[in-house]
Design a protein around this ligand. Structure first.
Ligand SMILES: *Cc1c(COP(=O)(O)O)cnc(C)c1O
Length: 373
């Protein structure tokens, strides 16, 4: 659907505008690497890893090739493998589940309570069997999950916890940053994430030196000494160009997240009282608003109306993992996950980002207000 001519068009996310604010520093960082003789596993990576570990309160950060690899290598480094069961949320980006399958383990979905991926601790506990080895909570849309509840269940059953923070760069729980609160945390630097590279990238943070050492080997062909291979590894490394560019963007992450927070607050005010479920703010947590997701029983018609008003929206995600063809023919396809099914029908992500201008946001709010189901 095309917007009426002359109307303000509101893009979902304006990455070029964001990068324009940092143009000189980004250009300088990229050229520094292009003119050097180190493009992999060099000083830029080492420096970014130290900065990222410090930013999220972890002892170590290990850069890898993508968020999916961060999850897979993270699980493998924590000893998860063939035949193990791993508890995952029913509502998440499919990569959370794919990582479990990639290490030979079985994803066991636990239905969520809300769009932001909160779990009922009893439901989580009920899903534990003698084969359960790990839990992967997801801080979806930038909303931190209650890790205390997850860690309590994990301790009781001797499980490892790898949290998926691909959408939660800078999020905090009781003032403590996500990234150093579990056995390990997986990050994505996919370009659209709150801290995004100029291509694929990811990292795992942990405060356990043994886990960090294992991750450094796994990302590099299972080798910690050249041409000696101790285990079956991957080739999954964060390259020097991406590390240098990420270091530039990391310096501005707190400011960018604060600007996202201001956008979220204006949405909260402007959309209050409408026939919509707005995102919940959980006491004691600082979300980072990777996405601002509303729920409506008339989602598809609302989305069409917004498109006609020139407002670009997205759906995260229209098909839940257990309904994906990739899992057809497995027991997962028969899973009873009513909340995941419902969320897939109702969620709608509104334009969100540090560069969303006031008049653009007003246009979004006005467009939602004029929707008649
Ligand atoms: C983006 C994302 C991933 C995967 O990250 P990639 O870098 O795209 O591989 C995993 N989990 C969640 C929740 C994500 O949003």
């Amino acid at each position: 659907m095309t917007a009426a001519p002359g109307r303000l068009r509101v893009p979902f996310l304006d990455l070029v505008g964001l990068h324009d604010e940092l143009r000189t520093e980004l250009d300088e960082a990229a050229l520094r690497v292009l003119h050097s003789d180190r493009v992999l596993m060099g000083p830029e990576l080492e420096s970014f890893e130290q900065s990222w570990a410090a930013a999220v309160g972890a002892g170590f950060a290990v850069g890898v090739g993508s968020g999916l690899d961060a999850l897979s290598l993270g699980l493998r480094a924590l000893g998860v493998g063939e035949g193990d069961e791993v508890l995952v949320p029913s509502h998440t980006f499919v990569a959370t589940w794919l990582a479990v399958v990639h290490v030979g383990a079985v994803p066991v979905p636990v239905d969520v309570l809300s769009a932001a991926g909160a779990w009922d601790a009893d439901a989580l506990e009920d899903a534990v069997t003698p084969s359960t080895r790990a839990v992967v909570p997801v801080h979806l849309y930038g909303h931190p999950v209650d890790l205390d509840a997850v860690l309590r269940v994990a301790r009781r059953h001797d499980l490892v916890v790898l949290d998926d923070a691909a959408q939660a760069h800078g999020a905090r729980i009781d003032g403590r940053p996500v990234g150093g609160l579990t056995h390990a945390t997986a990050w994505s630097f996919y370009p659209g994430k709150n801290l995004g590279a100029f291509g694929d990238g990811g990292a795992v943070t942990t405060s356990d030196p043994g886990t960090a050492h294992r991750l450094r080997s796994l990302r590099n062909y299972g080798s910690s000494e050249k041409y000696r291979h101790d285990e079956i590894g991957w080739n999954s490394r964060l390259d020097e160009v991406q590390a240098a560019l990420l270091a530039v963007k990391l310096r501005r992450l707190p400011e960018h997240n604060a600007r996202r927070d201001a956008v979220a607050r204006r949405y909260d005010e402007g959309l209050a009282g409408l026939e919509l479920v707005l995102p919940e703010r959980v006491q004691g947590t600082d979300p980072v608003w990777h996405l601002y997701v509303v729920r409506s029983p008339h989602r598809d018609r609302l989305r069409e109306h917004l498109a006609a008003c020139g407002v670009e929206t997205l759906v995260h995600y229209p098909v839940p993992p257990h309904r994906q063809r990739a899992f057809a023919g497995t027991a997962l396809a028969d899973a009873h996950l009513p909340m995941a099914d419902r969320l897939a029908r109702e969620v709608l992500s509104l334009p969100m980002g540090p560069t969303l201008r006031r008049e653009e946001q007003d246009a979004v709010i006005q467009a939602v207000q004029t929707f008649r189901p």
